[in-house]
Ligand binder design. Structure first.
Ligand SMILES: [Zn+2]
Ligand SMILES: [Zn+2]
Ligand SMILES: [Zn+2]
Length: 344
């Protein structure tokens, strides 16, 4: 694991052996909340109902404090983890004032990758001034003369020219350690993520990966794609609760197992491990009837700008998966299955 990935497993430690419960609100507010299932629904409700917004914030305060207290005690290389407060609405407005100097068309609610991709001025700016990785984000003056975004460079030119993006951690030739920072600084490096390479271990008994065996979905912390959790038999109430608690406590990333060996659900529930964040949504997700699923693009998992298949495609295939404009522009083909044989 590289240092950024190690952070994820350390973060899980703060969540071990702790049970969390927010403070109750009054009955009316609890009743409103009971009918909201997703965070998005809760956010929308709180947007309209100021009282709910304020009381809900108070209600989760103790949980946040507890988690913050536990997280602050974690360490990596003798350095304690730090907790930051979420951005206030004022902060967000101020940030957008600056973003609008780069691209005046971007709206605050456009948070998905697909919607950001449509803002070409922003994309141009990103390409020439950023280095974006899964776990890091760097921004630097581009140094181009006549750039319409960068203010003049204040550092002496020879010092500015020496400033490079921080390189990615790279494995050394012994494959046991990482290369020295000084050897890599200023060189082109590529992101190397063990979690992005296909896991070779996948010990799932045959017949389990089936749409009728999907018991729950979990979203990857990094790519946000839903991944299916399977079990051979239906889970009884005790196992269901056990799974809910497990999922509430785990920071899941594509390719990792779901139940640790010591857990009572080990070898009872399964998740595909030969996948990584760029793997498409599992085909069984689309045929799952047991759980509430969303119509999302087969490749990227986004629900914006889905395309309508035309009749000629419908005549050729028995199954046509949802497909979005962004993936089409990237050169992907319609995801389909089961070519219908046409007799001449
Ligand atoms: Zn620039
Ligand atoms: Zn992922
Ligand atoms: Zn897509």
């Amino acid at each position: 694991m590289n240092p950024a990935e190690r952070v994820m497993s350390i973060l899980n430690l703060a969540l071990q052996g702790v049970s969390l419960q927010r403070d109750p609100m009054d009955d009316i507010l609890e009743d409103i909340l009971k009918r909201k299932n997703t965070l998005e629904e809760i956010r929308n409700a709180a947007q309209e109902n100021m009282k709910l917004r304020l009381k809900l914030r108070n209600s989760v305060k103790a949980v946040q404090d507890l988690l913050s207290e536990r997280t602050k005690r974690l360490k990596l290389n003798e350095k304690n983890f730090q907790i930051y407060n979420p951005a206030s609405l004022i902060n967000i407005d101020e940030t957008f004032e600056i973003i609008h100097r780069i691209d005046s068309t971007l709206q605050q609610e456009e948070t998905s990758i697909n919607s950001l991709n449509k803002h070409y001025e922003l994309q141009d700016f990103i390409k020439s001034h950023y280095q974006i990785r899964t776990y890091s984000f760097q921004i630097k003056k581009c140094g181009e003369e006549g750039c319409k975004f960068c203010l003049p460079i204040r550092l002496p030119k020879d010092i500015f020219d020496e400033l490079k993006f921080i390189p990615d951690p790279m494995l050394s030739t012994d494959l046991e350690h990482y290369k020295d920072f000084d050897d890599l600084y200023g060189t082109e490096t590529k992101e190397f993520l063990p979690s992005a390479s296909e896991s070779t271990k996948e010990d799932i008994p045959s017949g389990i990966i089936n749409n009728s065996n999907i018991r729950k979905l979990i979203n990857c912390t990094i790519c946000n794609k839903p991944r299916c959790i399977f079990s051979k038999n239906a889970l009884n109430d005790e196992k269901k609760t056990s799974l809910e608690i497990l999922l509430d406590n785990v920071i899941y990333i594509c390719g990792s197992p779901i139940a640790p060996e010591t857990h009572n659900l080990y070898k009872k529930v399964y998740i595909r491990q030969k996948i990584h964040c760029s793997s498409p949504i599992e085909a069984v997700y689309f045929s799952c009837r047991r759980l509430k699923t969303e119509i999302i693009c087969f490749y990227c998992g986004e629900k914006n700008e889905l395309l309508e298949p035309d009749d000629s495609l419908k005549k050729k295939f028995t199954t046509i998966y949802p497909f979005c404009q962004t993936c089409k522009s990237k050169g992907y083909n319609w995801p389909t299955r089961g070519r219908i044989k046409v007799r001449n």
